[in-house]
Design a protein around this ligand. Sequence first.
Ligand code: HEM
Length: 399
Amino acid sequence: MYTRDELNGRPIGLLSTSRTGGTRKGIIFTDSEFFKEQRKFVERQLKQTGFRKEILMENVQRGMGAVIDTVKRKIKDNGAITSDSLFGEQLLQTAWVSMAGNEGHLDDLGASELLRVMEELFRCTSLSGTAFSNFPFLKYICPDYCGYNAYVRVNKAVMEFSSKMIQGLRKTHNSNRSLIRAYLEKMGSMGNFNQDQLMAICLDLFTGSFETNYNTLCFAMFYIVLHPDLQTKAQDEIDRVVGRERLPTLEDKPRLPYVEALALESLRMFAGRSFIVPRRAMKDAMFGGYFIPKDTVLFGNSRGTFMDPKAGWRNPGVFNPERFIKDGGLNVPDGFIPFGIGKRRCLGEVLAKANIFMIIAGLLQTFNFRPVPGAPPQFEIIEGFSAAIKPFKMIVSLR
Ligand code: HEM
């Protein structure tokens, strides 16, 4: 399904239109020629600027350092911290630097304002549809109760925030290249490149990057807390390869296969419980022997892809990084596609993988994590934009 051009569309409906002023804008929820043009531009610019190796490395390295500092600050009282307050601002910060370059740091106030809005956005969204998108008449009868008003308001708030930040960039001269600067230059020369579309792209990149990364990291912490043996194994690898005198870097990644396997297994656990962004048939098509009429909405079966023994996952409910290890090295099965495949593959895969690996490696190098005695974390999923683990408490100490 993922590689078929005729199944490459995105659903048209309130979920995709009401977030951006009544028409579909941005990348995640658009399709056809408009989508192709915008995605191509954004992808190329990110590759040349925010996702360029040295910029990406510095960006995620700084993010990892800030997460470590946050944890150090929080454990000062009695070492018990909750899982839901550790990564948010840093993930937004790294997303923004990817878009705006090194000139684009959010100040503390800006980051916490954006975090509050993003958390609200994800509470009122679901990729499988919301009450108001599945039953659009509800927006007229009970716009508050069905979540419509909140959805419109928070998406607007993220775009207004982006607009404010971009106004700030426009006032200063900077010769550094970035996606935002390249887009501003392009605006005016071509019809589809305009201010509203730029805001929608920022919304998409914040949306695409925040909750997915956040939830994957919370899945990782959950299993790290519950499995001291896996934690020690990853820490031993970090001590052997990196030592304790300096923080890990992205360049260490090839020599830390177990830490990476632990990150991938966390991604599998997260992806297996989440919805993949829905698709729309762009024309009548046959798929798996079924006739799919034009405009049918299609959902990828993520549970089947990541959690089913028939897809090659033995004991899929068990957290086991070893499934990604073969002969001491990393071994990623072809069917492991948490970022999708094909032309709609995740636009932020490079950043996501770097963030997740670096934060896990930095935290394991610096701290020990264990359950609160008598109150281990309970596995409970909260549905939102993607699947989240219910926040839990853990005891954290410096190594
Ligand atoms: C753990 C982290 C992440 C996961 C698991 C993830 C997963 C995905 C998946 C499965 C898709 C849909 C692919 C499809 O329809 O076939 C997607 C799309 C997308 N992602 Fe991510 N993503 C992550 C992080 C990010 C980050 C960091 C960014 C941005 C910096 C991002 C931006 C996007 C965008 C813009 C799309 C839409 C692409 C399109 O429609 O063509 N994602 N992501």
